[in-house]
Each structure stands twice: as C-alpha cells, then as structure tokens.
Design a protein around this ligand. Structure first.
Ligand code: AMP
Length: 299
C-alpha cells in the first residue's frame, strides 16, 4: 500500500497503476473519500470498491471548509496509523493524505456551490457545510479521476448534494451509495461516536429506534409524513437530554418535504447529545435513492 500527500506524486503513481501492459482499456479506479478515524462503515465502502475496481484509492483529509465555526474541527479524531493498518488489511492500493495547505493554497477562493439542496437538512443548520463538502470532493475527483466513487447512505443529504454536482458538472464517474453500517444494537457507526460517554451512547440509540418505529408504521400502511414525524418526535422526546436539530420526511433527491411516503421517502434525524452532533436516516422502499448516478454523457 502506498501513502502519498503530494498531488503530483499521486497523479504520477495512478498513471502507472492505471496503465495496462497491452495498452487496452486502462485499469479502473475506485475512490473512497474520508476524513479518517475509520470504522466498519468506511470498511464497507472499501470492500465495495475492492469488489468492483482494479485499483482502490482512499483519501484521508479532515476538510476545514466543511466545518462551521465552533464545530469540532480541532478535536476531530485523527488516527492515521490505525487507519492505515485497516486499509492495508483490506487491500487498498493507495492512500492520499494531503495537508490543508496542499488542498487550499493560500489565497484559494474557488468554491463549488450546489445551490438549493445545500441549504436543506444539515445544510440548514450548518451553513456553508455542503459548499465545503462539494468543493473538496470536486477537487479530489479532479486529482484522483476515479471511475467509481463510493459514499455512505448514512450521510443522505451529502449524497443528494454530490449526486447533483456529479450530474450538473459532468464528472465522468459513477457515484455508488452503500448502505449504512450499524453497531449490533442499531447505532449508526460514526467517527463521532467515540465522543460519547456511556450514558450518551445509550441515549444515542434513540435515533435508530425512532427511525425504526416510523419504518414499522409504514410497513403497517401509514403513508402520512405527519404521522411519521409525530412518532419520531415522540420517541426522541423520551430522552430529555437529546436536543433535536431536525426530524424530516423528504424526497431523497431534492431534500424537500413530502406529505405522502407512498412513492418512497427519506426519513432523517439530526440531534445533539451533549456536544456531539449525530445523524441517522432510513430510505423507504421504492425511493430512487439507493442506486447509482453517473455524470458520464451518453454518446
Ligand atoms: P467521513 O469520514 O465521516 O467523512 O465519511 C466518509 C464516508 O464514509 C462517507 O461517504 C460516509 O457517508 C461514509 N460513512 C460514514 N459512516 C458510515 C456508516 N455507518 N455506514 C456506511 N458509510 C458510512
């Protein structure tokens, strides 16, 4: 496994790895962008990439532009050595670990703004967050030039923003969305779970429970978003220590509220437990959210 921090060096290595001996179709590159502090959720993306692509590239970069003021940028967990051990065991070919100066040279003032959708759900409570995400992912796509890039359904709003960006900026790649990986008790895995005390860890289970209860109501025939919102709200209120940021029933593509979930929907919650912001969601059946999207132009 190679580890590179320099853009030109990474590009040179990928040029060599991509080339085949007989100059036929180049080897395919699968890319997994992360902020490190890796867990089994990240591992599932690597495994999906390993299955589908010849070369697997993963980036670790705690992107300053996606943190809003007073968030946890400074104390975000950085565990490079352990991360690399996991990646080596999973057969990753190249790890890209740029510095902030490499990604944002002094004076950099170019940003990617996916308007509309970037101001919804997490984008509403974290203004500028998705501009930071779209900018860094666009830059990483230009640097790595993957054929497929892998993201987690856990960050459903991020998926909506990046799908739109890939489509509208004609990135020649396919975006693959993988299911949320959970702990055995249902808690969605997250690098931020390590901030939780034992008591907060117990309270955090309420997120997945609220979603599960709403999902069960849908299975019993409930299609009204208002009823599902009510169930989720009531469940989250059972834990007074939880501060709700949002509870939403939305179209997974536009992130706009919907009234009837019959044709599929995204149920999403975001909360603060202590100082830790946690998100979770479920995608209801027949929603067009768990497939892939391509910016590739049809010829
Ligand atoms: P992060 O390092 O938190 O920026 O996440 C990097 C990628 O891993 C993103 O595409 C996330 O959606 C994905 N991811 C994070 N947690 C999970 C999880 N529990 N299951 C699946 N994917 C995840």
């Amino acid at each position: 496994m190679q580890i590179h921090s320099d853009i030109s060096e990474l590009r040179a290595v990928l040029r060599i790895l991509r080339a085949t001996d007989d100059r036929s179709t180049p080897r395919s590159v699968g890319f997994v962008p992360t902020m490190g502090a890796l867990h089994a959720g990240h591992r599932s993306l690597v495994q999906a990439a390993r299955q589908r692509c010849d070369i697997v590239v993963l980036s670790i970069f705690v992107n300053p532009t996606q943190f809003v003021p007073n968030e946890d940028f400074g104390r975000y967990p950085r565990t490079l050595e352990q991360d690399c051990q996991m990646l080596e065991a999973e057969g990753v070919d190249v790890v890209f670990t740029p510095t902030s100066e490499t990604m944002y040279p002094s004076g950099a003032s170019t940003f990617v703004d996916v308007e509309g959708v970037s101001g919804r759900l997490d984008g509403a409570s974290r203004p500028g967050h998705f501009r930071g995400v779209a900018t860094v992912v666009a830059k990483l796509f230009h640097i790595v030039q993957p054929d497929l890039s892998f993201f987690g359904q856990k960050d459903a709003a991020q998926v909506a923003v990046l799908r739109k960006m890939v489509r509208e900026l004609d990135f020649p790649l396919e975006l693959i969305v993988c299911p949320t990986v959970r702990e055995s008790d249902g808690l969605a895995m997250s690098s931020r779970n390590r901030y939780l005390s034992t008591e907060e860890r117990r309270q955090a289970l309420t997120l997945s429970r609220a979603l599960q209860l709403a999902e069960m109501q849908v299975a019993r025939g409930e299609h009204h978003a208002s009823a599902l919102l009510q169930i989720m709200r009531a469940t989250l209120q059972e834990e007074p220590a939880i501060r709700v940021d949002y509870i939403a029933v939305v179209d997974p593509e536009t992130l706009l509220p919907i009234d009837d979930v019959g044709a599929g929907a995204l149920l999403a919650v975001a909360t603060y437990i202590g100082n830790t912001r946690l998100i979770d969601n479920v995608l209801l059946a027949s929603a067009p959210g768990n497939t892939s999207v391509s910016g590739k132009k049809k010829s």
